[in-house]
Ligand binder design. Structure first.
Ligand code: SAH
Length: 250
C-alpha cells in the first residue's frame, strides 16, 4: 500500500478528517447572508467522508456537489448521505481541487473545511473564485497563527510542513486581494481538535498497524500522527484553524 492509501485507510474510519465540529459548520453558515433554497448550489471541496456535507444538507435546501480526490472517502460520504435521506441532494464527484470540472459562476457557495492547504490558500481562493456567482460566498477553514509571535521550534516546524501558514489577519488580507469582501471569521476552539478529531483518530492507533501486518509504513504513519497530536498539545495556544467567510465582489 502506498503512503497515500495508508493515510486514506486510517482516516476513512473516523467521522471527520480534520479539526471541526457540527456547531462550527452551523455558525459559519449563519455568517452568510444568503438564501440557500432549492434552486441554489453549493460545492463542498475536499469533503472527505462528509462531516460538514451532512450539516450543509440539513441546514439548507440547496443542491450540494461534494468533491474529493479519493473514492474511499466518497463511498463513505454516499453511505452517510443515503442514511440521512439526502441522496437526491448530494452528488459526489471524484476530482482534484486544482482541476475541478465546473463552469464559471456555477455555485452560490463554495465550501471547504480543512482541505484548501493541499493546493495552498492563496492559489485556492483565487482559482475557485471563478466558480462562485458574483455576490455568492466562499467559506474555507485553514490553519492559522492565533498570536503575533511564537517559539522558534514551532515556527520552524510549520515553515517546513506548510510555509503558507499565516496569521488570521494575513489570511483575511489574501481574501481581500483576491477580490473577496470578508464577512466574518471564527477561530476553532480546542474541542474541534481534541474531542472531534484527535480522540476518535487515536482509537484507531492500536488496530491500524495490526490490520497492516505491522508494516514499517503503517508504524511510521501512526508515529507521525502521534507526533502531530503531541505537537498540538504543546503549542495549541499559538495555532488553530481559522474559518473564513467572504463574499465574491460583483
Ligand atoms: N472536509 C473534511 C476533510 C478534510 S481532510 C473534514 O473536514 O472532515 C482533506 C480532504 O481533502 C481529504 O478528504 C482528502 O482526501 C482531500 N484531498 C486531498 N487531495 C485532494 C485533491 N487534490 N483534490 C480534492 N480533494 C483532495
Amino acid at each position: 500500500m502506498s503512503e497515500f492509501d495508508l493515510l486514506v485507510d486510517l482516516h476513512k474510519s473516523v467521522l471527520r478528517q480534520g479539526p471541526g465540529s457540527d456547531a462550527i459548520t452551523k455558525r459559519a453558515l449563519e455568517l452568510i447572508d444568503q438564501d440557500l433554497g432549492k434552486d441554489k448550489r453549493i460545492a463542498d471541496i475536499g469533503c472527505g467522508t462528509g462531516a460538514q456535507t451532512m450539516i450543509l444538507a440539513q441546514m439548507t435546501e440547496a443542491q450540494i456537489t461534494a468533491v474529493d480526490l479519493f473514492d474511499e472517502f466518497l463511498h463513505k460520504l454516499k453511505e452517510r448521505s443515503e442514511r440521512g435521506g439526502f441522496a437526491e441532494r448530494i452528488t459526489a464527484v471524484q476530482a482534484s481541487m486544482d482541476d475541478l470540472p465546473f463552469g464559471n459562476a456555477e455555485f452560490d457557495l463554495v465550501w471547504s473545511e480543512g482541505a484548501i492547504y493541499i493546493m495552498g490558500f492563496e492559489r485556492g481562493v483565487s482559482e475557485w473564485k471563478k466558480f462562485i456567482k458574483p455576490g455568492g460566498y466562499l467559506a474555507v477553514s485553514e490553519i492559522a497563527w492565533i498570536t503575533d509571535s511564537r517559539p522558534t521550534e514551532l515556527e520552524d516546524y510549520w515553515n517546513e510542513h506548510y510555509p503558507e501558514i499565516g496569521t488570521i489577519s494575513e489570511k483575511i488580507r489574501i481574501l481581500e486581494k483576491a477580490g473577496y469582501s470578508p464577512v466574518g471569521h471564527i477561530v476553532l476552539p480546542e474541542s474541534c481538535w481534541i474531542e472531534n478529531y484527535y480522540e476518535p483518530l487515536k482509537l484507531e492507533f492500536e488496530n491500524f498497524p495490526v490490520r497492516h501486518h505491522n508494516s514499517p509504513e503503517a508504524e511510521d504513519l501512526i508515529r507521525s500522527e502521534k507526533e502531530e497530536i503531541e505537537f498540538y498539545r504543546r503549542y495549541k495556544d499559538y495555532y488553530s484553524y481559522g474559518f473564513f467567510l467572504a463574499k465574491r465582489v460583483n
